[in-house]
Design a protein around this ligand. Structure first.
Ligand SMILES: Cc1nc(C(=O)O)sc1CCOP(=O)(O)O
Ligand SMILES: C=C1C=NC(C(F)(F)F)=NC1=N
Length: 539
């Protein structure tokens, strides 16, 4: 049977490996279990195997694929592919050059290429639509399946760059599958985040090896993967993600919910912020815990209304930070991420990028420099960890906030004299292939919160960090009907209003600290947002 290229379903692409089979299973039994439960494309990949055995194995697998009417791709071995009349071939960058492979295979066979950087996309685009039919985009996450990996994990943000290159070089025919360390805990995040910046395409599927080949129950493993692919929503928090414009009433409801639910706000943060952050959290009727103990993080995440504030000024070891992200993502409890000094040093850039690759955040909050850097609109390094002194115009700040919200599928906050809040969650919706159907970052809902300059805000420690505590409290305190965007906007509006109020009452930076806590306490417990001084307007 010959498959026309248009009808190939790339959604769940199994790549085999006979070196990781659990006891009692065979290569064929694992492949068949996959095909029975939703695998849509199979690739035989054997690194060190005698050709005779490879051919025998390929013929066996081919027979099973025919039974399920699924195409069979051979990795690297074009001779074997031709010998058994397989449906296609997959080659890597160091294998036989694509034009030669195409010449041997003929025009109707499926030809796949491993792609790890935009320049390789430019090359395939130049070859045109008769050459590469699909690309394996990776390595997304660390994996032990591929030996001597030459590529370091690119994460979803790296995949976005590849998708952008396909759009830039107009390789519209080319399909894409993500690969490398894909498992149920990161697949929906990948499907959500890996969208081209023009919104016109997302991954056409995922490709994996060990999640199925090493599974003692390959049927169950495949069913789980199929379920994640067929879902249309990635609900990474328990509250509502659909966006409506926040009103004083909806913000009042948020505060009532926080008051009633008294969220546990776990702070993993820098030493300077700890004490003040805990007091801000208490002023907001919430319960702070400053724990950096890896072994208790799963327990804390399971406490009702738990909420994590991850402020990367913390010196906690990266493994502990990863464990915390995992623990909260696993139970759909919110994480507020504050990439302090995002790109001020190589160390911080690497740490923050790793963490951003590693988890899904309900909110990413930063100052102008941090958000501009995250949005790659700030090509020079940040000056220290304080927000940049240079004035950036509001349009640029809004765009940067929207880009961060879009690319990380989160509610992004950019703080400064004007605070911007943009909602990039799309209600948690995602689609294979068609991305956000053309909706781009600049289409995202964005609000601006202002109350005039409050210069003294910059004269105390942890004022920015404590907005993080406020956001984490508000998100953590939501009921399942509460809306994420309302909570974040409400937190920023309250914090700005309290800052202004405290600045009118204080005698200097020392009393400002105290007045700020009092103002937060009073405005929170009074819960009359219509009286707050800060203004909220739609961008
Ligand atoms: C075959 C392969 N190619 C990769 C690439 O990055 O090109 S990563 C990889 C192995 C993926 O295995 P697992 O799903 O077990 O992580
Ligand atoms: C190295 C590889 C990278 N990607 C893919 C696939 F996902 F199938 F495209 N297969 C490989 N063998």
């Amino acid at each position: 049977m010959v498959f026309t290229k248009e009808e190939v379903d790339y959604s769940l692409y199994l790549v085999t490996d006979s070196t990781m089979l659990p006891p009692g299973t065979t290569l064929c039994s694992q492949v068949e279990a996959g095909l029975k439960n939703g695998v849509t494309l199979v690739q035989i990949r054997e690194k060190d195997i005698e050709t005779k055995n490879f051919v025998a194995e390929a013929l066996e697998v081919q027979k099973i694929c025919k039974k399920y009417n699924v195409p069979l791709i051979i990795n690297d071995r074009i001779d074997v592919a031709m010998a058994i009349d397989a449906d296609g071939v997959h080659v890597g960058q160091d294998d036989m050059p694509i034009p030669m492979v195409r010449k041997l295979l003929g025009p109707s066979k499926i030809l796949g290429w491993s792609v790890g950087k935009p320049s390789e996309v430019e090359t395939l685009a130049k070859w045109g639509p008769d050459m590469v039919d699909y690309i394996g985009v990776g390595t997304l996450f660390p994996t032990s399946t591929k030996k001597n990996p030459k590529k370091s994990p690119m994460g979803p943000q790296g995949a976005i760059a590849i998708l952008d290159a396909l759009e830039e070089f107009k390789a519209t025919w080319c399909r894409t599958v993500g690969i490398g360390g894909l498992h149920p805990d990161n697949i929906q995040r990948v499907l959500c985040q890996c969208v081209a910046s023009n919104g016109k395409r997302s991954l056409d599927g995922i490709s994996l090896v060990s999640d199925i080949m090493a599974a003692p129950d390959a049927c169950a493993a495949t069913k789980r993967l199929r379920g994640l692919l067929d879902a249309t929503r990635y609900q990474f928090v328990e509250c509502e993600l659909n966006n409506t414009f926040p009103t004083t009433t909806s913000i009042q409801n948020v505060i009532s919910q926080v008051s009633n639910n008294r969220p546990l706000v776990q702070h993993i943060t820098n030493k300077v912020h700890q004490n003040f952050g805990a007091n801000v959290t208490l002023a907001l009727g919430s319960s702070p815990i400053m724990s950096e103990i890896e072994s208790e993080v799963s327990e804390l995440a399971r406490i009702p209304n738990a909420s994590l504030l991850l402020n990367t000024g913390s010196v906690a070891p990266i493994e502990m930070l990863k464990a915390a992200i995992n623990a909260y993502n696993e139970v759909n409890r919110p994480i507020t991420f504050d990439p302090v000094g995002y790109s001020a040093t190589e160390t911080r850039l690497c740490l923050n990028n790793t963490l951003l690759t590693y988890g899904q955040f309900a909110c990413i909050k930063g100052n102008c420099s941090e958000i501009l850097s995250l949005a790659k609109l700030n090509n020079h390094k940040m000056k220290g960890v304080d927000s940049s002194s240079g004035k950036t115009n509001i349009d640029t700040l809004v765009r940067a906030t929207q880009i961060v919200a879009f690319q990380y599928r989160t509610v992004a906050v950019c703080t400064g004299e004007f605070d911007c809040v943009a909602d990039g969650t799309f209600g948690g919706e995602y689609k294979l292939s068609s991305g956000t159907e053309g909706i781009t970052a600049e289409d995202l809902p964005c609000v601006i919160i202002e109350d005039g300059p409050i210069p003294i805000m910059g004269d105390i420690t942890a004022s920015g960090c404590s907005l993080g505590s406020t956001i984490a409290s508000f998100i953590g305190g939501l009921d399942s009907t509460g809306k994420l965007f309302d909570a974040v906007v409400g937190a920023v509006l309250l914090y700005k209003s309290a800052g202004k109020l405290a600045s009118t009452r204080c005698q200097g930076s020392g009393s400002f600290h105290v007045e700020l806590i009092d103002a937060l306490y009073q405005l929170f417990h009074e819960n009359k947002p219509e009286k707050w001084s800060a203004s909220l307007k739609k961008f």
